[in-house]
Design a protein around this ligand. Structure first.
Ligand code: GLC
Length: 798
């Protein structure tokens, strides 16, 4: 019985007075008169989970998003009460819970500022269309608050004033405001008064977020079913919020290093001779490339796990020849299994009852590339194990190195809603439900099953998977791309903000279809897009192929040279990118940082979209217009070196930066050490016999690191990695570099080539571990020295 009189409020029901509370280690249960229970868990001193039920008991606690590895357990909470409220205190947060109606207020425990406060708080409404509850939350939002995150929304980085929904949707040629698109990542970070907190609403039903769009000072989120179940994550640094969320939902393992190389894709390269022509051309033109993709036409009539006998008569031989030439083969696998009794995958799925069914019993039938298909229920472990097993031949025998999962929203053609009807049934790992609950996690579970297969059959090498659809936590299994974009300048902007947003949403291994999927770019747009793409963790050109070619050499000599130049920069930066990846998996630090995430104290950054940090030390900003000779951009606070001419600029202001077609604005943070490899045509082409360290002088201190390992395999998990942490300290006439190395991996090279940039004095002495070195012996150029890799302290003295 609902006793709260606010029930009259627009059909909404609210929690009533609290009658008691129970404490169970780090979890508190607040019972209200009308059967509402708030279960509040203190996961860490900066993370609180709020979970509400409206009918006196909770459903089993189950989530696909939360990582088993997540750091949990916290028992240092304190609870007290006064007449009006309960007060829960950790070392970072103080949370008030109103005895009147379970509304909450959260304060910073240190300086007592209010961080977040419920407006109506939790409430619910019976869904007139569907039964069950629509669960809702509203919070007050002070003027000046900004919002970021939410996955792949093709919108301004700052989401303030807008409304979104999460419902994974196949969105061919989506546009700047299309919503929803492929991914459902119900996590955002808010900043107010320069303090950041995050909200992760772990509910896989269709969910909605309003960031002060309908009402200026209220933000809300709600879902069309399931529980009000959200995590409040405090920073106050935005990076810490994202890192905590990443830890909660899980970071991936390291990818093989080749996965960070350049990849070439098209719908489709076939037959074999065409594939070979393309790969040969990369080698002939000396444009580095590590992977070639086969789209649906490699299959026999689009049947997954088959090969077209006409186009690819001997895939094993072809894959081997490509591999001998340094190319990994990646193939597409879609979820739709063609209805065909002659097709063993279909027959087996049918015999074992692995396909999704409608509510009244028949199979879920839908049209995709192969025609009418059935679809595996990836939400059942047995089905995922079966699916993983299907990769044995592809991976173990044929030698394919990566798998590309597409159409897994799931996409169905020619039906309203372009997906399964709501009544389709899913196992949801022992929590049977309809498609309304399973839709947003379907693609994730497919990618997980694929990952399991690759991990098993590629062992001891690392798996590489790429997915189009995703829910929170999907980053544990796979990389991702941003779907079917368009070859336009606007889409170059979209790719940039989407990649930043994904990184802020815990999913860093991301890239766009470089050049655009639909339509054909001109050379200038393609070159500008490559310039952006080399800074994205996943770097692949892909196109629909029906509007002309899109290879690096398609647009004439000048563009080919520009494209080569930038792909070469990426290959030189591989150790930097790999180190950035390592920081992401170890510490949850996003690989791309929007300026707001880099420096939230500077409110100028809260509305920037174009500039971003790739890793800790590189600032990049793509050119987003035709015929540009440069652009204006905001340089964040601090001193930065222009990557091209080493001129130093002082940040905290907007400025013009020259960038003709063969250039783009790139800056290096002062004090940084940027590690570089020699240019290779593919990862592993050359023995790395020296590591170049570009050292950018700074008056003061800065930390840098270089992570290396065997570039593949799992030895790194047993300590066989090499992590060098450098501390540089610059003074008027000295520069000291301290090196601290951990891990047992021994890199092949013996020396560093130290390249000193911006040094304000002439070098008179070089001292390694307190011993002077003969300058002539180590000098190999102007301010370039060759020095043993095994030093603890290097001093450059003037
Ligand atoms: C979808 C994918 C695209 C792929 C095409 C054919 O449109 O998003 O990347 O090339 O299907 O498989």
């Amino acid at each position: 019985m609902i006793l709260n009189e606010r029930i009259e409020h627009k059909g909404n029901a609210f929690p009533a007075k609290v009658i008691d509370f129970k404490k169970d280690v780090d979890t508190l249960y607040f019972h209200s008169e009308n059967g509402v229970i708030l279960q509040m868990t203190v996961l860490r001193d900066s993370m609180l989970r709020f979970r509400f039920t409206t009918d006196a008991k909770f459903e089993p606690d189950f989530s696909y998003a939360i990582s088993k590895e997540a750091v949990k357990g916290y028992n240092k909470l304190e609870i007290t009460e006064d007449i009006e409220k309960y007060i829960v205190t950790t070392s970072k947060l103080v949370c008030y819970i109103s005895k009147e109606d379970l509304r909450t207020r959260i304060y910073d425990a240190v300086d007592e500022t209010l961080i977040s406060e419920d407006e109506l708080g939790f409430h619910w409404e019976e869904s007139y269309e569907l039964g069950g509850n629509i669960v809702k939350m509203t919070k007050n939002s002070p003027t000046g608050e900004s919002f970021y995150g939410l996955g792949d929304k093709p919108e301004h980085t700052n989401l303030k004033g807008k409304r979104f929904q999460n419902w994974a949707t196949d969105s061919y040629a989506f546009g700047r405001h299309t919503d929803p698109i492929y991914k459902a990542i119900p996590f955002y970070t808010a900043i107010q008064n320069k303090k950041a907190y995050g909200v992760f609403f772990d509910n896989s039903f269709r969910s909605h977020f309003d960031f002060c769009s309908e009402r200026r000072n209220v933000t809300s989120f709600w879902a069309e079913g399931g529980e009000m179940n959200y995590y409040f994550i405090y920073g106050p640094n935005m990076q810490d919020v994202v890192a905590s969320y990443t830890n909660l939902t899980g970071a991936p393992e390291l990818p093989p290093l080749w996965a960070l190389g350049y990849h070439q894709c098209k719908w489709s390269y076939y037959p074999e001779s065409n594939v070979k022509e393309v790969t040969q051309k990369f080698r002939d033109l000396k444009i580095p490339c590590d992977a070639i993709y086969l789209d649906i036409d490699y299959m026999e009539g689009f049947r997954c796990f088959t090969w077209s006998k006409d186009y690819f008569p001997d895939p094993k031989r072809m894959v081997k020849e490509l591999s001998d030439d340094g190319f990994k083969t990646v193939v597409i696998i879609d979820p739709g299994i063609k209805i065909d009794m002659e097709y063993d995958v279909f027959r087996e799925g049918l015999e074992k009852d692995y396909f999704c069914r409608r509510a009244d019993g028949p199979y879920m039938k839908g049209k995709v590339w192969p025609g009418e298909c059935y679809f595996p229920d990836f939400t059942k472990k047995e089905v995922r194990d079966w699916w993983a097993g299907l990769f044995q031949e592809l991976i173990e025998d044929i030698g394919v190195k990566g798998v590309w999962n597409d159409m897994n929203e799931p996409a169905v053609m020619d039906v309203p809603g372009k997906s399964f009807p709501d009544d389709v049934r899913h196992d949801y790992d022992g929590n049977p439900c309809s498609h309304r609950k399973a839709h947003n996690i379907y693609g994730m579970q497919m990618a997980k099953a694929t990952y399991k297969g690759l991990k098993k059959y590629n062992y001891p090498l690392r798996p590489f998977v790429i997915t189009r659809s995703a829910y929170s936590g999907t980053q544990r299994y796979t990389s991702t791309w941003l779907g079917d974009n368009v070859a336009s300048w606007e889409h170059l902007w979209i790719a940039n903000v989407q990649a930043q947003r994904m990184a802020m949403s815990g999913f860093s291994f991301v890239g766009s279809d470089i050049g655009g999927f639909a339509q054909q770019p001109n050379g200038e747009l393609y070159a500008r897009w490559i310039q952006l793409g080399i800074f994205h963790p996943f770097c692949r050109t892909h196109s629909s192929g029906d509007h002309g070619d899109q290879e690096p050499w398609t647009f004439g000599q000048e563009i080919t040279d520009v494209v080569r130049k930038f792909i070469e920069i990426r290959y030189q930066l591989l150790p930097y990118l790999y180190t950035t990846f390592y920081k992401y998996i170890e510490e949850g630090i996003p690989m791309l940082k929007s300026l707001v995430l880099f420096d939230q104290e500077d409110s100028q950054t809260h509305h920037r979209t174009d500039e971003f940090l790739a890793g800790e030390h590189i600032l990049a900003c793509p050119i987003g217009e035709p015929n540009a000779k440069g652009r204006r951009m905001y340089i964040p606070r601090g001193n930065w070196y222009n990557f091209w001419n080493h001129e130093m600029v002082e940040g905290g202001k907007e400025m013009w930066v020259d960038a003709d077609i063969d250039s783009m604005p790139i800056f290096i943070k002062e004090g940084a050490i940027i590690p570089k490899y020699p240019i290779q045509q593919y990862v592993g082409e050359k023995k790395i016999d020296q590591l170049t360290l570009d050292v950018y002088f700074k008056h003061g201190k800065e930390e840098s690191s270089v992570y290396e390992d065997a570039n593949d395999g799992y030895d790194y998990t047993k300590g066989r990695f090499s992590l060098r942490q450098f501390t540089t300290t610059g003074k008027k006439t000295s520069l000291t570099i301290k090196q601290h190395k951990t891990g047992t991996f021994i890199t092949e090279y013996e020396t560093f080539k130290i390249h000193l940039i911006g040094l304000p004095f002439e070098v008179k002495t070089v001292r390694i571990d307190n011993e002077d070195i003969n300058l002539e012996e180590v000098t190999i150029g102007h301010r370039v020295f060759e020095i043993t890799k095994n030093f603890s302290q290097l001093e450059i003295l003037g």
